[in-house]
Design a binder for this molecule. Structure first.
Ligand code: RB5
Length: 143
């Protein structure tokens, strides 16, 4: 699996560890920044990441801010992006199996490293089930 990752200043400190977690799960990870913990605006990085994911078929994204809320709100403005704010392994698993999420969001100020590891593992190791969920996912987008 190929991931793009981006954060704001409130998610920056955990970014290197998340890259390491994903690498150990066998994933390629492209870091879209930021390069330091200076204050930035989370929508700038959410939009940058979503453009990359949409232009790279089959790729996924990870967006981290303080709560994960701002990143998920901004990412879900993009047609074709299904960003899921996950708090544990169960929500991450369901995000893939039922919602076909292609962007994983979480908050550095909300979940600890152990939970983040379980979130990443569940997201990577789960697949979209299709079937009855396909039609529902297609109904998410509006013109
Ligand atoms: C930054 O202070 C914080 O507002 C941001 O990281 C995020 O949590 C917004 O949703």
């Amino acid at each position: 699996m190929k991931f793009y990752i981006a954060t704001d200043h409130a998610g920056f400190n955990i970014k290197a560890k998340v890259i390491d977690i994903l690498n150990k799960l066998g994933c390629e990870v492209v870091d879209l920044g930021p390069d330091n913990s200076d204050r930035v605006d989370y929508p700038d990085f959410a939009h940058k990441l979503c453009d990359e994911v949409l232009n790279d078929t089959g790729s996924f994204g990870v967006l981290i801010c303080g709560t994960g809320i701002g990143m998920s709100l901004a990412a879900n403005k993009h047609k074709g992006i299904r960003a899921a704010l996950c708090h544990d392994a169960y929500t991450a698993q369901m995000a893939r199996e039922h919602n076909d999420a292609n962007v994983l969001c979480f908050g550095e100020r909300v979940v600890g490293l152990g939970v983040i590891e379980s979130i990443c593992k569940a997201f990577v190791e789960s697949s979209f089930e299709g079937g009855r969920h396909q039609n529902r996912v297609e109904k998410i987008e509006v013109d």
